[in-house]
Design a protein around this ligand. Structure first.
Ligand code: HEM
Length: 323
């Protein structure tokens, strides 16, 4: 009996040592969303990005603000939020266009062009916009990809894919910051509130083709109230995005893990708001407002588009003999 017990104990000891050895050489599993649990701030970028370099089993650290950890912990909640914000808005606006139709130009295109944006405006818009779209897509992969991409890929494919997404996300942050800063500084004056904004909002910009709203063309200056809402939302949440993103990229900017976790929460909330509003903005420019897109391609718009959508601005141009 003693002999059998000794053999069993020997086998178990061997298995345990093998397990420890295996734990030492564990291949990093591509994971997402592991909120920061330990005190050290330096070298945590992959963790902050939801992908630890080493497979690890985080122990709860009471010294770290547990409320932040609880907010960050349900990875599926953040994945759903960002997915619904982006793809949900695409679906919602598609339905809106099917039901409501587009905003056509009543008089059609006149063929006469009016200068609206400078070459520099167009350039800076596209630098910021392309970077922003790349950030939205890679950000969605980093947050939600583990649920809808990883199960359909091999572990190593997924690891390479998520790694590339993180690298691209890091890279695109810089043209976004440049575009954001220049757009905010250069365009803020054009986007200040005006008396006509309330009337524009009440008439929903004249974009609804039914009921009392049909055929309305509310007054608007260079920018209408909808564009102003987008601009100031882009300014505010863009600032949060840039600030929190810099902390995620350079965690030593904050002294504690709590600061890094808070930055992560703010980054996710801003991503949700900007992601959804970006979809609205793109729909307005490309699908809903006939003639709107050419403003950001050539910097010019059609005279009838200016009269219909920005009548007060067009009248000013006429007074100053610029058209
Ligand atoms: C395919 C994507 C996009 C298209 C087609 C597009 C198109 C446009 C157009 C046509 C305008 C001028 C509207 C006017 O003259 O009244 C504009 C303005 C603007 N865009 Fe974009 N845009 C896109 C993406 C973005 C993104 C991702 C951002 C954010 C980084 C952005 C930020 C802005 C801002 C702040 C304005 C000025 C406010 C306004 O006039 O709405 N755009 N865009």
């Amino acid at each position: 009996m003693k002999m059998i017990t000794a053999v069993i104990a020997g086998v178990m000891a061997f298995m345990c040592s093998f397990h420890l050895l295996a734990a030492d050489t564990l291949i990093p599993e591509p994971q997402q969303w592991q909120p920061i649990q330990i005190e050290v701030v330096q070298g945590d970028i992959p963790e902050l990005r939801g992908m630890p370099l080493q497979a690890q089993f985080p122990a709860p650290q009471p010294s770290v603000n547990q409320e932040y950890i609880e907010i960050l912990s349900p990875a599926s909640f953040w994945a759903d939020l960002l997915n619904y914000g982006f793809f949900g808005m695409i679906a919602l606006l598609a339905l809106f266009v099917v039901i409501n139709g587009k905003a056509k130009l009543n008089q059609g295109f006149s063929g006469k062009k009016v200068d609206r944006w400078s070459g520099m405006d167009v350039l800076v818009h596209w630098v910021g916009a392309i970077a922003c779209l790349a950030l939205v897509i890679t950000g969605l992969i980093m947050t939600a990809g583990r649920f809808w991409l990883a199960p359909n890929m091999g572990a190593y494919q997924w690891f390479g894919f998520i790694d590339t997404s993180v690298a691209l996300h890091n890279l695109m942050a810089f043209p976004f910051m440049l575009g954001w800063a220049v757009m905010v500084i250069k365009w803020a004056k054009k986007q200040l509130p005006e008396a006509c904004d309330i009337g524009w909002l009440k008439a929903v910009g004249g974009y609804l083709n039914f009921g009392p709203f049909k055929g309305k063309h509310p007054d608007a200056g260079f920018a209408n109230a909808g564009e102003k809402l987008w601009f100031w939302c882009f300014t505010l949440f863009g600032a949060l995005m840039v600030g929190s993103g810099l902390i995620l990229m350079f965690p030593s900017l904050v002294a504690t893990k709590d600061g890094a976790n808070l930055a992560l929460i703010l980054h996710l909330v801003s991503a949700f708001v900007l992601g959804a509003f970006t979809v609205v903005h793109i729909y307005m420019a490309t699908v809903i407002s006939e003639g709107g897109m050419e403003c950001m391609l050539s910097g010019q718009c059609d005279e009838n588009w200016a009269k219909q959508h920005h009548n007060l601005w067009f009248n000013e141009l006429k007074k100053s003999s610029k058209v």
